[in-house]
Design a protein around this ligand. Structure first.
Ligand SMILES: Cc1ncc(C[n+]2csc(CCOP(=O)(O)OP(=O)(O)O)c2C)c(N)n1
Length: 272
C-alpha cells in the first residue's frame, strides 16, 4: 500500500510540482496535469494497491496513464508517495534524465511507457485478462483523455473488455472538453458518451473529477458481480486550480514563465 497521505494535500503537491517542472524546462502539458491531479491523488492515496518499496511487486494493481503526455503529474504523485526521491523531479525533461516528457516505464512505479494516444485501454485489457488467468485479485486502472477517445483502438478495447468479462478493469476518462487545438464538441463530439459505453457493455459512473469523495467512491467500489468492466467518466476542468489556465486552450502547450509561475503558486497558496 502507498503511504497514507491526504489526497487533498497530495493533489496540491502535484499541482505545485507540475507548474515548477514545466516552468523549469519550458515544457508543455501543464493543463492536462492540472486536470487529472485530483484523480491521481485519490488513486495513489490508498485506492491502488501498490507498494513504493516494491515497484515491481508482481501482484500490484496496474496503473496505466494512457494520456502519457501528463507524465509530469504521474512522476510527481509517484515521487510524493515514495517511489523515488522527489529531488529527482528537478531533472524532468533534461538530457540524460529518466523523467522523459511522456510517461516512461524506466521510472519506478510506471507500468508502461505511453504518449502515443489510444493504446492504454488495450494494455489495461491485457493486464486485467492476465490477472484473471492467474487467479489474482489485482486490478487495472487506465486513465484516458477525452480527445484520445477519437482513436479507433479505444473502441476496439471497449468491445474486448466486456466480452472477456474484465470486471477487474477500470477506465477513468478525464473529460475536460478540450484537446490540443480545439474543443471536443467542435473537433469530434463524443456525446452521448455515457450511453455509448453502456451500449458496449460497461458499467458507467459519471462524477465530478475534482470531488475527492466522488472519485474515491467511484474507484474504490467493489468490482461488478456480473463481470462488467467499469468506466468512470470524470468531468474535469483543464488547468484546474490556476484561474488563468482553467479551460484555456493555450495551456495545452504553453509553459508558465516566472511571473505566471509565481501567480499560479500564489493561487495555490504555495509561494516559492
Ligand atoms: C497518436 C497520437 N496522436 C497525436 C498526439 C499528439 N497529441 C498530444 S496530446 C493530444 C491531444 C490532447 O487532448 P486530450 O487527448 O483530450 O488530452 P488533454 O490534454 O485535454 O487532457 C494530441 C493530439 C499523440 N500524443 N498521439
Amino acid at each position: 500500500m502507498g503511504d497514507a497521505v491526504n489526497s487533498i494535500a497530495l493533489a496540491k503537491s502535484i499541482r505545485v510540482d507540475v507548474l515548477e517542472m514545466t516552468h523549469r524546462v519550458n515544457a508543455s502539458h501543464v493543463g492536462t496535469c492540472l486536470s487529472m491531479a485530483d484523480i491521481l491523488a485519490v488513486l495513489y492515496d490508498g485506492v491502488a494497491r501498490v507498494d513504493p518499496a516494491r515497484p515491481d511487486w508482481s501482484d500490484r494493481d496496474r496503473v496505466i496513464l494512457s494520456k502519457g503526455h501528463g507524465a509530469a503529474a504521474l512522476y510527481s504523485v509517484l515521487a510524493r508517495t515514495g517511489f523515488f526521491d522527489a529531488a529527482r523531479l528537478d531533472s524532468f525533461c533534461t538530457d540524460g534524465s529518466l523523467l522523459m516528457g511522456h510517461a516512461s516505464h524506466h521510472v519506478p512505479g510506471v507500468d508502461f511507457s505511453t504518449g502515443s494516444l489510444g493504446h492504454g485501454l488495450s494494455l489495461g485489457c491485457g493486464t486485467a485478462l492476465a490477472a484473471q488467468r492467474q487467479n489474482s485479485r489485482r486490478r487495472s486502472f487506465v486513465i484516458l483523455s477525452d480527445g484520445e477517445c477519437d482513436e479507433g483502438a479505444v473502441w476496439e478495447a471497449a468491445l474486448f473488455a466486456p466480452h472477456h468479462r474484465l470486471h477487474n478493469l477500470t477506465a477513468i476518462i478525464d473529460y475536460n472538453g478540450l484537446q490540443s487545438f480545439g474543443r471536443i464538441s467542435d473537433v469530434l463530439g463524443l456525446e452521448p458518451f455515457a450511453a455509448k459505453w453502456r451500449a458496449f457493455g460497461w458499467r458507467v459512473v459519471e462524477i465530478d473529477g475534482h470531488d475527492h469523495g466522488a472519485v474515491r467512491a467511484a474507484l474504490a467500489g467493489a468490482p461488478d458481480d456480473d463481470g462488467r468492466p467499469a468506466v468512470v467518466i470524470a468531468k474535469t476542468v483543464k488547468g484546474k486550480g490556476v484561474s488563468f489556465m482553467e479551460n484555456a486552450l493555450e495551456w495545452h502547450y504553453r509553459a508558465p514563465d516566472e511571473v505566471q509561475l509565481q501567480r499560479a503558486l500564489a493561487e495555490l497558496g504555495s509561494q516559492a
